[in-house]
Write a protein that binds this ligand. Sequence first.
Ligand code: HEM
Length: 140
Amino acid sequence: MYLWLKAFHIIAVIAWMAGMLYLPRLFVYHCVAEPGSKQSETFKVMERRLLRAIINPAMIVTWVSGLWLAFEGGFFKSGWLHGKLLLVVILSGVHGLFARWVRDFAADRNVHSQKFYRIINEVPTLLMVGIVILVIVKPL
Ligand code: HEM
């Protein structure tokens, strides 16, 4: 049962991370497309579908399965889990910002530059590296 849950957790994590790495890439290209152009409208559809069909449900499954694993494994007193939870809360906050920017793009109200999105693009990667080291190496 525990291993099935862990497999489910990792499947959800992969889907969440794939979306969190791809969405800011779409922002990088979208912010230089002319508002109202066919290209800009296509990006809007891609961003909305990616957020609603992949990123949002994958985040929920990751949280539910992760907390369930922590409960089953009795990890709530472990330092590595506290560190991991802190980084996952930050990742969830970044997710919230992405959702806001999808709404801004949908209303042609983007205010950020391409450079901004290129930098933001690296944040989920850095968080993911920390999260994976904490849960696999368990240094804390
Ligand atoms: C949403 C909150 C999360 C919680 C509460 C959580 C909790 C857990 C727990 C308790 C385990 C089992 C550890 C073990 O059996 O040793 C686990 C496994 C794992 N988690 Fe999470 N997790 C969360 C999110 C994430 C995220 C966002 C990632 C990656 C970006 C991730 C990556 C992994 C990996 C790779 C494993 C397998 C580790 C192993 O088999 O040793 N988790 N998680």
